[in-house]
Design a protein around this ligand. Structure first.
Ligand code: ATP
Length: 462
């Protein structure tokens, strides 16, 4: 559900649909709450977000190992991790409409500090404060609602139960020993994974902010206990570096030190990185020191020997872990809402996405000045093919006049447009032939030699 008064969100959602970034899941069947489909430009932006992360934290490091674990895991994994018993949210139901809400969110919105509050205390507070549903009705008692999606596995009647993973971290912990045995890494080292996770959210809302099928980019960074603080700082800095890399304005990102009452009991420190979305300041990422809770639980639950053996001293330990956990969808939304800009250019109103070239789904658009002049079209196509070999996220457009094409590219955040005109093809010496390169943010145009175009664009995009 989106707040109808939230003008910017409405505009971003409409742009996403109109231009093929994000569509409502199962739309022609009336939708499925909490699911969204990424269209051609959306998937390109999403892949850029993920590739920058993978590149920074896996490819460019020698102490982090990549992983792609199965989504379906033995149910014992989630029993051992504590998810089966306690991965739940407090639910409250409107007595009349039967609509369901998150009790903690309602209380927070009413200014109540819910840190450490039990389910029954939440019920008391809702009635004491006279909190009513958005439809003005009374609420029933607060209940604990399990958020994991359960599914059956196998064909027989008594098929076993399993769950769609609620976070990617589980797959990392159960593969800890496999990675150690295959690569013999020295501490500290990390295992990284990008993938889908599923949470049966009580009230999916705010477009792709709170969804039931989500994507996470997670690292478990295994450390010796006595070094947790320095490693925590290291990952805190890395989160900020990533924020810079994807072009999020730093002043919209805020660290929230999670209080002891609000932290998981095994965590000695957790920072939420919050973002100023148009609907308020909300969690973008989490960074947690989880002790060695997870490995301890999986060792107990599986009975397997998953100790890490120090190659020099022979000492057996269960390393502690620092976990930076980043949501792909929330990153996507932060990028779009902060990049969305309205201004005037040459006296004409326009909308544009001020995306960092690193994340922009299309880096360069190429046009012939006129679409009905075959020699212009042919030259533009030749240039398009030349650029595409090295800058694959590129688009060719002949629709409408050049002004309209610029507006369309501005709206999807394309940093540069290249136009082939009569001067280009009429140049006496082909080595002198030039095209126009136009900058999205300023609208400024410059003439660039075709021979220098590729390098020129690569420099601009870096
Ligand atoms: P929230 O308090 O907003 O429900 P959380 O604290 O439960 O989030 P974590 O369990 O720490 O979230 O998950 C790590 C990251 O995964 C979050 O920081 C966020 O980026 C992303 N994430 C979690 N739940 C969702 C969701 N329902 N929809 C989209 N992204 C999510």
């Amino acid at each position: 559900m989106v707040d109808k008064n939230n003008d910017k969100m409405e505009k971003v959602i409409s742009l996403c649909k109109r231009r093929g970034f994000v569509f409502q899941g199962s739309e022609i069947y009336g939708g499925l709450a909490g699911t969204w489909d990424y269209g051609p430009l959306g998937v390109a932006l999403k892949k850029n977000i993920e590739n920058i992360w993978w590149n920074m934290f896996v490819d460019l490091r020698s102490d982090v190992y990549g992983l792609d674990a199965a989504i379906l895991m033995n149910e014992k994994v989630w029993k051992a991790s504590g998810h089966v018993d306690s991965f739940s949210d407090p639910l409250v139901e409107d007595k009349k409409t039967k609509k369901r809400y998150r009790a903690d969110h309602l209380l927070e919105e009413a200014g109540v500090n819910i840190a450490g509050m039990t389910i029954s205390e939440m019920s008391e507070q809702i009635s004491e404060k006279g909190i009513k549903s958005p439809d003005g009705n009374e609420f029933g008692d607060v209940q604990s609602f399990k958020m994991m999606f359960e599914t059956k596995i196998g064909a027989s009647e008594d098929a076993g139960i399993t769950y769609l993973r609620p976070e990617t971290a589980g797959g990392i912990f159960v593969n800890f020993k496999n990675v150690v045995d295959a690569f013999h890494p020295k501490l500290p080292f990390g295992i990284a994974q990008i993938g889908k996770a599923f949470r049966n959210e009580i009230a999916p809302r705010d477009f792709i902010f709170r969804v039931r099928e989500l994507e996470q980019m997670e690292i478990e960074f295994f450390v010796r206990e006595e070094t947790w603080e320095e490693n925590f700082e290291h990952w805190r800095k890395n989160v900020w570096d990533y924020v810079d890399q994807i072009g999020l304005p730093r002043d919209l990102v805020h660290e929230l030190e999670v209080s002891e009452e609000d932290r998981a009991h095994y965590s000695k420190r957790t920072i939420d990185f919050e973002f100023d979305y148009p609907f308020g300041r909300k969690e973008l990422y989490g960074l947690a020191y989880r002790g060695n809770y997870d490995l301890t639980k999986h060792k107990e639950g599986s009975g397997a020997n998953i100790d890490y053996v120090d190659s020099e001293s022979g000492e057996k330990i269960l390393p502690h872990v620092i976990e930076p956990s980043l949501g792909v969808g929330r990153t996507f939304l932060a990028i779009l809402t902060s990049a969305y800009t309205e201004d005037k250019i040459d006296g004409e109103a326009r909308t544009f996405l001020k995306l960092s070239p690193k994340v922009a789904p299309i880096k360069v658009a190429v046009f012939p000045l006129l679409k009905n002049k075959p020699e212009l079209v042919a030259k533009a196509q030749e240039i398009f093919e030349m650029i595409r070999k090295e800058i694959p996220q590129i688009m060719f457009d002949t629709n409408g006049n050049v002004g309209k094409r610029y507006r369309r590219q501005d709206e999807i955040g394309t940093p540069f447009c290249v136009t082939v005109d009569f001067e280009t093809i009429e140049s006496e010496n082909p080595e002198d032939a030039e095209v126009t390169v136009r900058d999205r943010d300023t609208g400024k145009q410059e003439r660039v030699k075709i021979l220098e175009l590729l390098n020129h664009l690569k420099n601009l995009l870096n």
